[in-house]
Write a protein that binds this ligand. Structure first.
Ligand code: MN
Ligand code: MN
Ligand code: ZN
Length: 279
């Protein structure tokens, strides 16, 4: 089983490996830099070396690590300057992943800001294709969305249509977020619901393209479109559904990453223990 959570790089990027090991992760996700700004300081060669050697010394498989894009880029924006900046950030992040030996970069699909899905998708495909031209082994993963206003890619059929336009195919994959899928209307409450949702995903997107699973319960109910993550088993999806998802991902050998909250009820340590218990 490959399971872990999003971990902090605070201090220096290699600290993320310490944080993952401390939480008994066998998979983890990071931001390679501050996710709330446009600017990223270049990675320091010494830190890259330390990150790699710590990862090698841990029991964590390099192939079970991923990075997540920062928050500001919008690859579906109609604004030319914002689009150019977003694509450049995506390219930069792909390169940073390559430097760190991280195989996957998760990206959101963005917002068309009211110009319509067709226009948004056209931009998105253009931007992703450009980033796909970088010469390295990093795979860009498209994350399904919660279905908020003006977003694209919450519907599996649409996600599949976007994905199939991307070339070269080997540079792209999918990250499925269970909270996003559930609030977008894909039921995951029972074992049967989970089977049905994954077979629908398989039909439109292809399970072979699923490289990372974001395992989050949802604060809201089925189809509410609210992107609020919650502790495993305690949200709208609940124990039976989360447990079925964990078993499914394990069977398919897909690394599981938690993006659950840290509050008085639970922290990462506890949510990871709970997830392992479901296996
Ligand atoms: Mn995300
Ligand atoms: Mn996610
Ligand atoms: Zn989310």
């Amino acid at each position: 089983m490959q399971i872990g959570c999003h971990v902090s790089i605070s201090g220096s990027i290699d600290k993320s490996v310490d944080n993952a090991v401390e939480r008994e992760c066998s998979a983890f996700q990071i931001f390679t830099r501050n996710p709330r700004g446009w600017h990223a300081k270049e990675l320091v060669p010494e830190d890259i070396g330390t990150f790699k050697s710590k990862l090698q010394a841990s029991k964590i498989d390099r192939l079970a690590t991923c990075a997540h894009m920062p928050y500001l880029p919008n690859l579906a924006t109609p604004k030319d300057d914002g689009f150019a900046k977003s694509v450049q950030t995506l390219i930069d992040e792909v390169k940073r992943c390559a430097q760190l030996g991280i195989p996957y970069l998760v990206t959101h699909l963005g917002s068309h800001l009211g110009t319509g899905e067709e226009a948004g998708i056209k931009r998105l495909v253009e931007g992703l294709t450009k980033a796909g031209e970088t010469k390295n082994d990093v795979i860009i993963l498209l994350e399904n969305t919660a279905g908020q206003k003006n977003s694209v890619g919450s519907d599996f059929k649409q996600l599949g249509e976007i994905f199939k336009q991307l070339k070269p195919a080997k540079k792209f994959g999918i990250c499925l977020d269970t909270c996003h899928a559930f609030v977008a209307g894909y039921d995951l409450k029972t074992k049967k619901d989970v089977e049905k949702t994954f077979s629908e995903f398989d039909l439109h997107v292809g399970l072979e393209n699923l490289k990372i699973l974001h395992l989050n319960d949802a604060r809201g109910e089925l189809g509410c479109n609210l992107d609020r993550h919650y502790h495993l088993g305690l949200g709208g999806i609940g124990k039976e559904g989360i447990s079925a998802v964990v078993k499914f991902a394990n069977k398919k050998k897909i690394p599981i990453i938690l993006e659950t909250p840290i509050d008085d009820d639970r922290d990462d340590f506890e949510n990871i223990r709970v997830a392992k218990g479901f296996a």
